[in-house]
Every structure is written in structure tokens, then in C-alpha cells.
Design a protein around this ligand. Structure first.
Ligand SMILES: [Zn+2]
Length: 300
């Protein structure tokens, strides 16, 4: 059986340094400019192998590099909402979090005349309101949470959690979650940020990890999606591009995998797993109230 493989590229450009890192250091910010340089390399590689990929684009990037963002769409790739300026949604009021979503939508539409159906939060950060806001905006899927590895699930709204009481699971809603992990992200493996991230790994190490995850998924979870998160400013370095090309050849050898955009996979998965049927048959991820343990009553 052929495993679905989703190559994703977060085209953060300067936004990750301006937003997540709050940098005003022109040298640090210029790392993002290399992402724009590397975009052509990545798009050319994808065209060589006739792969449609998913590009997660903050609104700030769309307005800064409209020609490149238009090219993403023109070449048949998906554009995914990736925040306004790589902000942490939890740093904003609900009104401003909603406004950041709107600004991202407006910027992507201005650049490429595309309305994204998928969302990936900057740095995979959420506020406790984010799921509900994504539902209100009508996104078909999110790809920011880590509750599974290869198997999608329906996101939950209304979880209640603290460090005293048992976790109370909210209601599964009609928003497909395509899970991610830092393990499958090029940034911590390769980037260097003083006092933060000491990556700079040799590609051989990352190649071994990603092949191992792929082999397991192919052997055991072949109806799932094997997804990698990359950043043009990180993966675009020469030796890492060579690694990416080797991996593309490895994944596609002998028909083991086929490449898909996240939206195409999410829509097919949703059609095959209606929410009500899925909730009834997934006790772990849906966490039916009847399956929860309670402590025996203690009398004093
Ligand atoms: Zn990002």
C-alpha cells in the first residue's frame, strides 16, 4: 500500500524573527531573506519530481514577497494560513487574535488570490481560544497539534485542564487535525539561535530519523499521512537540499509513497471518516465520558 506523504514548507521569511523572536537585529532578520532566495530551489525541485506540496505562509510574508507567493499557487501547490507575523496567538486578546487571522487571509488573497482552507499556527502555539476561532473562520483542517503521529483526528473544543484536576476532554468538532512534531521539523535539527536552539546537525542524522519514521509509518500506519515540516531558510542550504532530494527518491521508490497536499489528504480523510462515526469508534482520542475512570468515594 502506498503511504500519503505531505511535504510542507513554512515560508516564514522575516516574520519568524520579527514575531516569534521579537528581534530588531537586521542581521538576524536577514536570515529570513535567504528563505526567499531558497524558494526557487525548492519550487524547482518539486517541479522536477512533479510533487504538489503545501506552503504555510504568514500574511507578513505574502505582502513582502507577493511574486513568490503567487508562484506557489501558480505552480499547483497549496497555500496554508500561517498567522499574520509569526505571532503567538496566546499573546493577544480574542479580538486581536481574530484580527490576526483576518490580516493573514487578506494578505494571502492580495498576493495570490487564494483563500486558504488549512491553518498552521506560528511555532505551533495556540491560545485556549484558537480551536474555536478556526472553526468560526471555516477552516477545513489544522496542522499544529501533536496528539498523534501519522493518523489524523478531529480537534476538540472546550478541553478543561489545570495541574490539580483530571483532564476534561471537550467536544470533537468538524476540524481535521493533521498532527505535527518537532522531530519532523527541520528547524530544531538544523537552525542555530543563541540561548535557544543548537541545531546544526549533519544531514545524515536527520535523514536516519526521518527515514525511520517513514519506514514505521509505511509498515504499520499506511492509511495515515507522513508529513515533514521544513522552512526554505533552513532546508534551502545546499547540503540539506541534497538530503531532501535523496529522501524524495527514497519515499517514492517502488511506489511506497505518493505525495499529497495537506488539503487533499484532509478532505479525503474527512469523507472516509465522518465525525459522528469517528467519535463512536475512537475511544482514546474522542474520550467518551463513559470511559473515564473515577476515584472511589472516600469517606472521612
Ligand atoms: Zn513558521
Amino acid at each position: 500500500m502506498s503511504l500519503a506523504c505531505g511535504l510542507t514548507f513554512d515560508f516564514d521569511a522575516a516574520s519568524v524573527w520579527l514575531g516569534s523572536y521579537q528581534s530588531r537585529n537586521p542581521s538576524m532578520i536577514s536570515r529570513g531573506e535567504f528563505g526567499a532566495v531558497a524558494m526557487s530551489r525548492i519550487l524547482d525541485l518539486l517541479r522536477k519530481y512533479e510533487i504538489a506540496a503545501s506552503f504555510c505562509v504568514p500574511g507578513h510574508t505574502a505582502l513582502s514577497y507577493p511574486d513568490l507567493v503567487r508562484r506557489i499557487a501558480d505552480e499547483g501547490h497549496e497555500i496554508v494560513h500561517h498567522g499574520w507575523v509569526h505571532e503567538n496567538p496566546a499573546d493577544f486578546s480574542e479580538q486581536d487574535e481574530r484580527r490576526n487571522i483576518e490580516r493573514g487571509l487578506e494578505a494571502i488573497f492580495a498576493a495570490a488570490q487564494v483563500v486558504p482552507k488549512g491553518y498552521r499556527s506560528p511555532s505551533w502555539d495556540f491560545s485556549e481560544r484558537t480551536i474555536g476561532i478556526l472553526k468560526d473562520f471555516g477552516f477545513a483542517y489544522d496542522s499544529s497539534l501533536m496528539g498523534s503521529d501519522f493518523t489524523p483526528y478531529y480537534a476538540r473544543q472546550g478541553d478543561v485542564f489545570d495541574d490539580v484536576n483530571p483532564f476534561i476532554f471537550g467536544e470533537n468538532i468538524d476540524l481535521v487535525e493533521l498532527p505535527v512534531s518537532w522531530l519532523m521539523d527541520d528547524f530544531p535539527h538544523f537552525e542555530f539561535v543563541e540561548n535557544d536552539t543548537y541545531g546544526l546537525s549533519a544531514p545524515s542524522k536527520v535523514e536516519e530519523i526521518w527515514k525511520g519514521e517513514f519506514d514505521y509509518a509505511h509498515q504499520h500506519v499506511c492509511d495515515g499521512i507522513f508529513s515533514i515540516t521544513m522552512h526554505p531558510q533552513v532546508i534551502g542550504r545546499g547540503h540539506r537540499m541534497l538530503m531532501l532530494e535523496r529522501l524524495i527518491q527514497y519515499f517514492s521508490a517502488d511506489g511506497k509513497a505518493h505525495f499529497t497536499t495537506l488539503i487533499d489528504y484532509a478532505e479525503a480523510w474527512r469523507a472516509a471518516h465522518p465525525l459522528d462515526v469517528w467519535v463512536r469508534s475512537n475511544a482514546v482520542q474522542a474520550q467518551h465520558a463513559s470511559g473515564r475512570a473515577t476515584l472511589p468515594h472516600q469517606s472521612t
